[in-house]
Design a protein around this ligand. Structure first.
Ligand code: ADP
Length: 452
């Protein structure tokens, strides 16, 4: 069944219909052939020919009898004509003509012809030219036979025409039927083909969906193990620093304490970020992220994102925002999340001393904000998957992460009716660009003023 997904009830019905139509079509073609052969073997022509021959011989006999009476020919000549007529009539009787003429309603006439011939056979042997009665009788009978034969020929002609008409009508009828059956066969064939193609297409779709499901669940498993591992690292830092502080107690110098507490704080921040991205993933999944557009000071937003980065990294960030409008309508919280993600990724996936540049400008009616780094980059064959949830590129190996952030960024930019562009070269760096329609806004204070 799996190999033949089209083997369904509708398919069986259509295939059965196709088979029946094919048989009916074949039967119609055979009927047509039979009908045509009836025309080819038309015996009416035989009737006409044999009757004409008979009529001709009968007329010749009648003429010869008259010439015999006038002493212009011998009795042998009359006998010869008589025999010729007899043989013609015999031929007529032996072939299928008698049957045919009988079917035309002339069975009595055939018997009459035979009896006329037989009646004259005896007298002919001793026929004398001066025996007027016998000569007249022979002449009369020959003429009668000639008339009967002419009637046969005429009837054969009419009958032939009638039959031809019937054959022609039959042909038209059968051809129409064949055309109908052909169309129906074609329609059934199309239905069968559609069912088969659909069957294969649906199985291909199901297989693709299954493969996708498998991939998502594989990535999910990888995500779970990465997250649990990444929770463990800051927790063990916190644990180790606390233990050390406990053990050292009052003997601990202020500098040492500051170092330990800073370590604990950094680990806590890392945990918070991890929690946030995990929660965002869950919220996204449950459709809990909603979009609220309001006036947003883009310059302030970007400055605060830079300030939120680890102190060591802040000096690496360059800003080129001269062409970026200050105010625009956007969901401030979501946009901050998105940019925060792009900036921290740029810092994370590039060397500790490499610069990261944030640029902003207007392109046509779009607002464009890009984050560029000179880091590990993304392999060309993985760029298309980079926004998929839990997906991590090969170049991210050994660098902490969950594979959730970019998916969240792309959802956010979609909520802003925009898109996320990625340009990257492995080993050289990446540029992530947010592009969304620019909706100008008044400064927040003015916008927030209540309407009169
Ligand atoms: P992660 O928590 O793993 O950083 P993201 O969803 O933010 O997850 O990013 C997904 C993947 O995209 C990363 O694992 C990494 O492979 C790749 N990536 C994201 N940003 C960069 C960047 N600036 N440079 C190189 N690779 C990046």
């Amino acid at each position: 069944m799996k190999d033949r997904p089209w083997l369904t009830r509708p398919f069986m019905a259509a295939a059965l219909a196709l088979t029946i139509l094919f048989v009916v079509l074949l039967a119609a073609v055979i009927r047509l052939a039979v009908n045509e052969s009836r025309l080819a073997g038309e015996p009416a022509e035989g009737v006409i020919w044999f009757s004409s021959q008979g009529q001709y011989e009968a007329m010749r006999l009648a003429d010869t009898v008259l010439m015999f009476e006038a002493d212009r020919v011998s009795r042998d000549e009359v006998a010869l004509r008589f025999d010729l007529l007899d043989s013609r009539i015999r031929l007529f009787e032996e072939g299928s003509m008698t049957e045919r003429v009988t079917s035309m309603g002339y069975q009595d006439e055939i018997a009459v012809v035979r009896s006329l011939v037989e009646r004259q056979r005896q007298p002919l042997a001793t026929l004398q030219a001066n025996d007027t009665a016998a000569v007249s009788s022979l002449h009369y009978d020959a003429q009668t036979i000639s008339h009967i034969m002419r009637d046969f020929a005429n009837a054969g002609m009419l009958d032939g025409r009638e039959r031809q008409e019937i054959v022609r009508n039959n042909r038209r009828q059968i051809l129409l039927e064949i055309l109908g059956y052909l169309l129906a066969t074609l329609a059934a064939g199309v239905v069968v083909a559609i069912i088969v193609v659909r069957g294969y297409r649906s199985i291909a779709q199901a297989e693709a969906a299954l493969a996708h499901e498998k991939e998502v669940s594989r990535l999910h498993r990888a995500f779970t193990s990465v997250v649990s591992h990444q929770f463990r690292t800051p927790l063990s830092i916190i644990d180790a620093s606390s233990q050390r502080m406990l053990r050292r107690g009052a003997a601990m110098s202020v500098d040492e304490m500051t170092t330990r507490v800073t370590k604990i704080r950094n680990a806590c921040q890392r945990l918070t970020r991890l929690m946030e991205s995990t929660l965002n993933a869950a919220r996204l999944e449950q459709g809990e992220i909603t979009f609220h557009s309001r006036p947003c000071d883009l310059h302030v937003l970007i400055a605060s994102i830079c300030d939120n980065q680890p102190e060591d990294d802040q000096s690496r960030i360059r800003r080129s925002l001269e062409r970026l409008p200050r105010w625009a309508m956007a969901d401030v919280t979501l946009l901050e999340h998105a940019l925060q993600n792009l900036v921290s990724n740029a810092l994370k996936y590039s060397p500790a001393d490499a610069p990261v540049t944030i640029r902003g400008w207007l392109r046509g009616s779009d607002l464009v904000i890009s984050v560029e780094d000179l880091g590990v980059g993304i392999p060309a064959d993985e760029i298309d998957f980079i926004s998929e949830r839990f997906f991590r590129a090969r170049t991210a190996e050994g660098i902490p992460g969950t594979g959730i952030g970019l998916n969240f960024v792309s959802q956010i930019v979609k909520l802003h009716s925009g898109r996320l562009d990625v340009e990257s070269e492995q080993g050289k760096g990446s540029t992530f660009t947010l592009i969304f329609p620019y909706k100008p806004a008044q400064r927040l204070a003015a916008a927030a003023q209540p309407a009169d």
